[in-house]
Design a protein around this ligand. Structure first.
Ligand code: 5GP
Ligand code: MN
Ligand code: MN
Length: 473
């Protein structure tokens, strides 16, 4: 079939008219340049628009690229009371993958040559790579379940952080609706040995410097200032999330026809939110979300130790938020509040100023949005804006432009490290191949993605951060 036709509504906003089985239009926030070679992912945007119960539109963010079933950079919400579905493919394999930003009590000048000791310390302290290993080995079934139920909150209780961290975590560090019994044995086993680990590939821990502040009031509220040293951590739920996605796609695949649901080609399975399978997935997903948060909390603790010992520097949490999650939220649809299952897959939540779920000290600024770019260019801190769109969502990164294979053909890991080091960026890789797959050229221009997101009215820019050192899986 022909790729969907895009109609430009206004700058940075395109529309795909409903055709065939599409129940709603597609809405794509981007520029023509950002959409070069996007045919396949735009077809996925149209495919998502066929989901039972979907409301308003199937959305794509400027960093959209191809994903399993749903595009990465996609947002879709279904009406729970109207047979709306939940789809594990709308969350992705790395459930609760997300970003955490910590701000140091020093700037680049005061950190000085200690940066090198910090990088060497992080190289030793941060478990990473595809296999098992983590900073904390839970001592038994009870402790494992407390992680799945308590997330960051439990990690802080056990001494891996400070109370204040929880104020700056989405959902206060844990959601209450985790159904530990829905997490299968294989998933638990895979997750157990990886608590407090980065993983591989696109996951990283980066020491950064605040390069530009665009919105001083918001930056001050978030706790960042020009020149300041920051640490950005991007990781998810490791083998646990992957196994839960696999298990529940299989369960839904079998159940789907019972609910009279048929999905177009290669769309992953889904069932109504209000069905045993839908509830089972959401309960398991919530448990995995807690695990993902505990994971980032434990890595923060390891990072804080390194900074303290190597440089006598303290780190405070700016924010922690997932970009792969489905959440039950209330939004206005056609003038009436509706209970929706909002899927954000490679999309960041961006609540507007005044939103009741924001921490008190951030209520007037809007939700912090953390956007990793690449290890060679820049990353951004954005904020939610009044109105917003796509159920208060925005981009989550630069977005891939090249496949891993293609990227690895353009440069070797050793060449890339030499090039980055020449630009003053310290590189502590785990694998040369993994490093080359993450070459900055493999990603879209993060500045263009952020400009399109802001131009589309999804968020505003608060600060730009540049890399000083990267720890890669
Ligand atoms: P994803 O969650 O889709 O795997 O990745 C989110 C984003 O992280 C990517 O779109 C990319 O822009 C960014 N990213 C990947 N690797 C790095 C890195 O080493 N450093 C920084 N700053 N960003 C990265
Ligand atoms: Mn991930
Ligand atoms: Mn991610």
């Amino acid at each position: 079939t022909a790729p969907p036709h895009l109609v430009e509504v206004r700058r940075y906003r395109y529309r795909i008219e409903p055709r065939g089985a599409m129940r709603v239009p597609g809405v794509v926030f981007a520029s023509r340049e950002l959409l070069a070679d996007a045919e396949q992912s735009l077809a996925q945007v149209a495919g998502v628009a066929t989901l039972p119960g979907i409301v308003t539109a199937s959305y794509a963010m400027p960093d959209i690229h191809w994903g399993y079933g749903f595009p990465i950079g996609g947002v879709a919400a279904s009406d729970v009371a109207d047979g709306g579905v939940v789809s594990p493919g709308g969350v992705g394999f790395d459930i609760s993958c997300g970003v955490r930003l910590l701000a140091a009590d020093c700037d680049r000048r005061t950190l000085g040559p200690a940066l090198r000791q910090v990088m060497d310390g992080l190289d030793r302290a941060i478990p990473r790579g595809a296999g098992p290993g983590g900073v904390w080995r839970p001592s038994g079934t009870g402790e494992r379940e407390r992680i799945l139920r308590g997330g960051s909150r439990y990690a802080v209780q056990r001494g891996f952080g400070e109370e204040r961290d929880l104020v700056r975590c989405e959902d206060g560090g844990a959601v209450a609706d985790a159904e530990v019994t829905e997490v299968g044995e294989r998933a638990r086993e895979r997750g157990l040995g990886q608590v407090g680990s980065l993983g591989s590939a696109n996951h990283f821990l980066e020491v950064q410097q605040v390069d530009e502040v665009h919105d001083t009031a918001a930056a001050t509220a978030f706790g960042i200032a020009p020149g300041q040293i920051c640490v950005m951590i991007h990781c998810g739920s490791r083998g646990l999330g992957h196994q839960i996605c696999t298990d529940h796609v299989r369960l839904m695949d079998r159940a789907m026809t019972r609910y009279g649901i048929t999905v177009p080609d290669r769309q992953p399975a889904c069932t109504p939110v209000e069905s045993p399978e839908g509830e089972a997935y959401l309960g398991a997903m919530a448990a995995v979300a807690n695990y993902g948060r505990a994971n980032r909390q434990l890595l923060s603790d390891a990072t804080r130790r390194v900074f303290r010992q190597a440089a006598g520097v303290r780190l405070s949490l700016v924010y922690d938020v997932s970009h792969n999650l489905a959440k039950l939220e209330t939004h206005e649809v056609d003038g009436a509040p509706r209970r929706l299952c909002v899927h954000r897959k490679g999309a960041a939540r961006a609540f507007p100023p005044g939103h009741p779920d924001l921490p008190d000290d951030l209520r007037s600024t809007g939700e912090p949005v953390l956007i990793p770019g690449t290890m060679g260019t820049a990353s951004y801190v954005l904020a939610g804006v009044p109105g917003g769109d796509a159920f208060h969502s925005t981009c989550h990164g630069a977005g891939r432009r090249m496949s891993r294979h293609e990227a690895a053909r353009t440069v070797t890991g050793r060449e890339l490290r030499a090039r980055l080091e020449q630009h003053g960026i310290a590189v502590r890789p785990r694998s040369w191949r993994g490093l080359s797959e993450e070459t900055p050229e493999a990603y879209k221009d993060v500045a263009a993605v952020v400009a399109a997101s802001e131009g589309a009215g999804l968020c505003r820019t608060v600060a730009r951060l540049v890399p000083l050192g990267v720890v890669k899986g």
